[in-house]
Design a binder for this molecule. Structure first.
Ligand SMILES: CC(C)(COP(=O)(O)OP(=O)(O)OC[C@H]1O[C@@H](n2cnc3c(N)ncnc32)[C@H](O)[C@@H]1OP(=O)(O)O)[C@@H](O)C(=O)NCCC(=O)NCCS
Length: 213
């Protein structure tokens, strides 16, 4: 069993703990052993120190990762900038990629280290997810699409085929991107945005059709 620590104890962290439970349950139901022993969360929110979610404790602040030499980690953090910074600080540690047993991932898809693919996602053929990309539940990533490192898709994002999403992007719930578009690095989209044109680096686009200033 792999010892695992979730970095981030907020809502996304708790959902990731649930994801780990589901992965373990599926492995046991299939006659094998649980895949992960979840040691706990690390989080810089001082209010969370010493708290427990279910039977999973908050072990302390993120800088305590150094104390856990025989453990793997995953970032349960939406903010791409924080994921990028921590990945730099934690260079050399092992990160796991977590895929919910009820997500569909094509065999030809390539998932980078530290990715999270939550329940109900469909990751189609030839998709590439960069390191630490996070897909919240029910995202659909169309064939040949790419999602850059550290990018986060909130619930129910839909990328059509051949869409390219840059690194460090944050796409709001129910963002829909039509086929073949390119979203630059650091793009943010509002909840419910329908993207019908390429988006430049660093912009925030909202609405139907999505516009940026
Ligand atoms: C787009 C977003 C990132 C902007 O946040 P922000 O930088 O704090 O910006 P503001 O709230 O000040 O909004 C800026 C403008 O965009 C508009 N706007 C914000 N979100 C919008 C949305 N989803 N759709 C349409 N317009 C939106 C605001 O009305 C405002 O318009 P104005 O300049 O004409 O007054 C944020 O509103 C958003 O939608 N985030 C995604 C949230 C989400 O999906 N959460 C799911 C968690 S699981």
């Amino acid at each position: 069993m792999q010892r695992l620590i979730i970095v981030g104890a907020g809502g996304f962290g708790r959902e990731t703990a649930w994801l780990v439970e589901e992965i373990n349950r599926a492995a046991v139901d299939a006659g094998g052993d649980a895949a992960y022993k979840l040691l706990g969360f690390l989080d810089d929110d001082a209010k969370l120190a010493g708290s427990v979610w279910g039977d999973v404790p908050v072990l302390g602040t993120v800088d305590r990762w150094r104390e856990y030499t025989v453990a793997s980690f995953v970032f349960a953090i939406a903010d791409p900038g924080i994921k990028r910074r921590l990945a730099g600080e934690m260079a050399g540690v092992a990160f796991v990629t977590l895929v919910h047993p009820r997500a569909e991932v094509a065999p030809s898809a390539v998932l980078g280290e530290g990715c999270i693919v939550q329940a109900g996602c469909v990751v189609s053929t030839n998709v590439v997810l960069g390191a630490h990309a996070g897909l919240n539940p029910q995202c659909g990533i169309g064939h040949d699409a790419t999602v850059g490192a550290y990018s986060t898709m909130y619930w129910n994002v839909s990328l059509a085929g051949f869409v390219q999403v840059g690194s460090g992007c944050l796409l709001g719930s129910k963002t829909c991107v039509i086929q073949g578009l390119r979203l630059g690095d650091g793009v943010r989209t509002g909840a419910g945005a329908v993207v019908i044109r390429d988006l430049p680096d660093g912009c925030t686009a909202v609405g139907v059709p999505a516009v940026y200033k």
